[in-house]
Write a new protein. Structure first.
Length: 415
């Protein structure tokens, strides 16, 4: 029998587990972004720790256009969301609360910072935020055991499940967090990746619970490729914001986590959101909507459960209804399910155990990005065509990849 890699609610996450899901193909780099990067490649002087004032001001403009007031003095930039989150966890004592499932890198960073991480189940309608009643129950258990719950990490536009939390659900979560005096870290990387441009206006925790919310935005969710890591965080002006920001900067200084000048130049231009960036964001959202919708249609036709995708390139599939036919194929947990689908599709299909989920829940995260081929000239060409095509799933290469995906799930469901 395999050892459980995640505990039930109220029990800290195991220090065991497996490696993160590997990097995925990204969309082609905008030519204008590459120009800014290349123009700064000759700079030898390091960027200021936490980002230049010009960069932090551009980040404030980015948030202001989304209705969130910000001041450059409250902003910190770093080479990726991971160093920022690690610095936040290391900036204060106490335990960390995460959703189940959540991004694969949250819990390991909590462990690196010496913090216990507790997973809280998500509600039925979405991922990314905890069920508010389960949150209160978990906090009570931690305190009864002598713990001090400090941080709650959530993601309203959730990359892991591809869902967007309804405002009313988020409001209940924020009320619970406020009652327990938790500091919320709101990962808003994919807020601009929502598939329906006419959907309900995005509402984040900082608009409901502004005094104790740190907003975290990884620019890899937009036009900046993941290979050029850059992220920004907005700290609250009131306590504990200034103390957290100062301590986080100290951790980043110890890590020498400054932005490289070429990445800083590219991030500065991207945060200003000129026309090419806005056009790419809209095209990427349309592409992700089309591809994840096609994946959702293929897998649900085979009896797989999955929330309809609403943001980004991922969706979260539950094969629990297929437990009997899977068992006949010696697939009894998400580790074995991951192995089976990875071998069938020839690309990584990470199981739910990597995202803090129960191994025996038979869940996997599926991505639309591998449908567009691997990195390289051929993959870049296909991704460019897919961004402009009115029906990306009908492109021959994409259609073949979708057929292979459907066949893999049909084979599992057939028993």
């Amino acid at each position: 029998m395999r050892q459980r890699s995640t505990p039930p609610p109220g029990v800290p996450a195991s220090e065991g587990g497996t490696a993160f899901p590997g990097p995925e193909p990204s969309l082609p780099v905008l030519p204008e972004l590459a120009e800014r990067f290349a123009a700064a490649a000759g700079r030898a002087a390091p960027e200021p720790l936490g980002g230049s004032r010009e960069l932090r001001t551009a980040a404030c403009g980015h948030w202001a256009r989304r209705g969130l007031a910000a001041d450059p003095a409250d902003v910190v930039a770093a080479p990726g969301a991971q160093p920022l989150l690690l610095a936040l966890f290391a900036s204060a004592g106490g335990e960390v609360l995460l959703t189940r499932p959540c991004a694969a890198w949250y819990a390991p960073l909590a462990r690196l910072a010496g913090r216990l991480a507790y997973h809280v189940p998500v509600p039925a309608e979405c991922g990314g935020v905890p069920d508010p009643f389960a949150l209160l129950e978990t906090v009570a258990r931690i305190r009864a055991e002598g713990g001090r719950p400090r941080f709650l990490v959530l993601s309203v536009a959730d990359d892991t499940t591809g869902t967007v939390a309804p405002p009313e659900t988020l409001h209940e979560v924020c009320e619970a967090a406020a009652a327990e005096e938790l500091t919320v870290i709101s990962d808003e990387t994919w807020r601009d990746g929502r598939h329906d441009p006419h959907a309900t206006v995005f509402v984040g925790p900082a608009e409901m619970y502004p005094d104790r919310v740190v907003v975290l935005t990884d620019l890899a969710g937009g036009p900046v490729p993941a290979a050029w890591p850059a992220a920004v965080a907005l700290f609250p002006r009131t306590a504990p914001g200034p103390v957290l920001r100062t301590r986080a900067l100290s951790v980043l200084a110890a890590l020498r986590a400054e932005l490289p000048p070429p990445v800083a130049a590219a991030a500065l231009w991207a945060l200003g959101e000129p026309a090419p960036v806005r056009a790419r964001a809209a095209a990427a959202a349309r592409l992700y909507a089309s591809l994840t919708g096609a994946v959702h249609e293929r897998i649900t036709a085979e009896g797989v459960l999955a929330r309809p995708p609403q943001t980004g390139p991922h969706l979260y599939a539950d094969l629990g209804e297929l437990r009997a036919p899977l068992a006949r194929r010696a697939v009894t947990d998400s580790v074995e399910l991951e192995d089976r689908l990875t071998a069938a599709l020839g690309r990584p299909v990470p199981g739910g155990h990597r995202f803090g989920d129960e191994p025996d829940a038979l869940r996997v995260r599926l991505s639309a990005l591998p449908l567009l081929g691997n990195d390289g000239d051929t993959g870049d060409d296909l991704r460019r065509r897919a961004l402009d095509d009115p029906d990306p799933p009908a492109l021959p290469d994409v259609a073949r990849a979708l057929d292979a995906l459907g066949a893999a799930f049909a084979e599992l469901a057939g028993g």
